[in-house]
Design a protein around this ligand. Structure first.
Ligand code: AKG
Ligand code: FE2
Length: 401
């Protein structure tokens, strides 16, 4: 049997949250299902994650003090209504300088995330010359002051937990430079798009340089993070006599097929453009349409951390494996819940035993391996068995889109 087959067997037969093959199957399912099915799936997935956490004795995050809780509730409401909330400054200018002083001693990789680079560290000047984007490897991100503390602040974690419906798993964190657009290839994430990272997830973004209209402001289309929200926008557009072909709902569901100018015009009342100084943070459900506007001048450093329902394997984009925790554990509260939350970045009892694989089989590839299992279990039983582990009560494979 191939390694993948062994993994399939192990994770299907062993009800564990993080089985590689189960995770890969879920990822491939996620890429093929409709947004409606994605929302439905999320409900069952949250229930199952909660059940699993209970089994592992991982408690919910502690409640915030009263005033903090009131502020958190306001942000939570905005997240639910708009898919984005502006958190304001989370790092002071002195702290920003300390981060940059540290990063000046580190080298960069020539892509938006480490795994898509040639994996050879280079000086910033060289990256800037040759690539539109650059990034640091996870070890240097976590080695920098203040960033680990920011992504795991009790306020942010509680807000994220409430938004997702269960204790989150941080599945990726990154520091990405964007440079003024050169003649070379267009850079990643500068056209409106949805991220399909997980059945439910959100992203903490922090500007690490001052961002104005010319230096790559983030744009987010409010209320495009839910199926309902997009339906409303499309209905309203139709009511205004909008062009039918534009108003096709699926145009806005899988990918933004319109060009960026059309989207900006269509959603002009919902368009949020964030021009703020370094240290400013916002939390976004990145299933909603968003992008970083291409830079007209200068350079911009963006820090992001992605929170989801389980370890979906995306941490391999920023590091070959979770890092030993000894250098980091004294910087933050590192009790059981936080060890779980950080388990894809820092080694703990919840981390996968072997390094992650960045290979998420496509539906076809997965099915090929799954086919070999079918003679064993029968197809429906195989899918059902796997689905039951994450989604009790779920007894039909999702409709493909
Ligand atoms: O650069 C930006 O503002 C957008 C980045 C992005 O799309 C993402 O991290 O999901
Ligand atoms: Fe994105």
């Amino acid at each position: 049997m191939s390694a993948l087959d062994t993994e399939v067997l192990r994770s299907v037969l062993t009800p564990q949250l993080d089985g590689d093959a189960l995770r890969a199957m879920l990822h491939s399912r996620l890429q093929y299902i409709s947004p409606e099915a994605r929302e439905q799936f999320a409900v069952g997935a949250v229930e199952n994650v909660k059940h699993t956490l209970e089994k592992y004795g991982i408690p919910e995050l502690p409640a915030l003090p009263e005033a903090e809780d009131a502020r958190m509730q306001r942000h939570l409401k905005e997240m639910r209504e708009n898919g984005i909330t502006l958190l304001g400054p989370v790092l002071k200018q002195g702290q920003i300088k300390e981060v940059h002083d540290y990063l000046d001693t580190r080298k960069l990789y020539g892509s938006h995330v480490w795994t898509f680079s040639d994996k050879t560290a280079k000086a910033k000047a060289e990256i800037k010359e040759k690539f539109g984007q650059g990034c640091y490897i996870l070890e240097d991100l976590l080695g920098a002051p203040h960033l680990l503390e920011t992504m795991s602040s009790p306020f942010v974690l509680k807000l994220v937990e409430q938004y997702l419906g269960c204790v989150p798993t941080i599945f990726q964190s990154n520091l990405m430079w964007s440079f003024q657009k050169r003649k070379s290839k267009p850079t990643v994430a500068q056209a409106f798009h949805r991220d399909w990272d997980n059945f439910r997830f959100c992203v903490l973004f922090v500007y690490m340089t001052d961002v104005d209209k010319n230096t790559g402001p983030h744009q987010y289309i409010r209320n495009t993070h839910t199926v309902e929200g997009v339906k409303h926008a499309v209905d309203r557009y139709r009511a205004q006599g909008g062009n039918e072909s534009w108003a096709k709902t699926d145009t806005f569901y899988r990918e933004a097929k319109l060009n960026d100018d059309q989207i900006q015009k269509l959603f002009k009342d919902e368009l949020l453009q964030i021009e703020q100084p370094a240290g400013y943070a916002f939390l976004a459900d990145a299933f909603g349409l968003h992008r970083g506007v291409p830079l007209v001048e200068g350079e911009r450093l963006l820090f992001w951390t992605r929170y989801g329902l389980y370890d979906n394997g995306f941490s391999v984009d920023v590091s070959p494996a979770p890092l030993p925790n000894d250098k980091f554990k004294n910087r933050i509260q590192y009790e059981k819940t936080n060890r779980y939350i950080l388990h894809s970045l820092l080694q703990s009892e919840f981390s996968l035993e072997k390094p992650h694989t960045s290979i998420h089989p496509s539906q076809a590839e997965f099915d090929k391996h799954a086919d070999e299992m079918i003679s064993f279990f029968g197809r429906q039983r195989f899918i059902k068995r796997a689905a039951k582990i994450l989604f009790p009560g779920f007894n039909k494979p999702p409709q493909t889109y």
